[in-house]
Design a binder for this molecule. Structure first.
Ligand SMILES: Cc1cc2nc3c(=O)[nH]c(=O)nc-3n(C[C@H](O)[C@H](O)[C@H](O)COP(=O)(O)O)c2cc1C
Length: 174
């Protein structure tokens, strides 16, 4: 088990070869989302797994910027929670998305978080509304974001955290 290697190597990948994702890898990514910790163990999250190319193309337009790569992805997983199900649902969703990204890395897949909550499309329409309409999600559900997944078309080098980011760690006191 080398979790740090997956953490170190993971990058946001927005270009995919167009090849399908092996079913076993997709199952493992979804399992990582289901197994992620949840505040008070409420586990309010649901996952909408989209493979249809026409639907992915629609999702790519669900917000003004930062979603275009969804149209080239093999899969997009929308992470949603019913309103009122859990006060910390955004935190739960964020942890689940992070766990899924790390499992994608372990499976050799490229992934990229697509923020939907708090975002709007080019006409100013709420991105959550757009995703709900496209995917038939009831209005009682919030949409945190989506994870775009695919076979990476390009390799990205790991970030050099040691050299650039240690100044964000404060020893004992700020
Ligand atoms: C909360 C959050 C929201 C993000 N939203 C988007 C997004 O909507 N579109 C996108 O292309 N990337 C998105 N990203 C990916 C970031 O742009 C990316 O993590 C950052 O540029 C650092 O690059 P790296 O992941 O390769 O280290 C998001 C990442 C996080 C954590």
């Amino acid at each position: 088990m080398d979790v740090f290697e997956a953490i170190r190597r993971r990058r946001s990948v927005r270009a995919y070869t167009g090849e399908p994702i092996p079913g076993e890898a997709l199952d493992r990514v979804l399992a990582a989302g289901l197994l992620a910790p949840s505040s008070k163990n409420i586990r309010p999250l649901e996952f909408v797994c989209v493979r249809d190319a026409a639907t992915l193309a629609q999702l790519a337009e669900s917000k003004a910027t930062g979603a275009a790569h969804v149209s080239g992805a093999a899969v997009a997983i929308a992470v949603i929670a019913q309103d009122g199900a859990a006060d910390a649902w955004t935190e739960d969703a964020s942890v689940a998305l992070a766990f899924m990204m790390l499992e994608a890395e372990e499976c050799g897949l490229g992934s990229c978080w697509v923020q939907i909550r708090l975002r709007a499309d080019a006409d100013g329409n709420d991105a959550q509304e757009n995703v709900r309409r496209i995917l038939g999600i009831p209005s009682a559900y919030h949409v945190e974001g989506m994870l775009a997944l695919g076979v990476p078309a390009k390799e990205f080098p790991p970030r050099d955290w040691d050299r650039t980011q240690r100044d964000r760690i404060h020893a004992e006191r700020f």
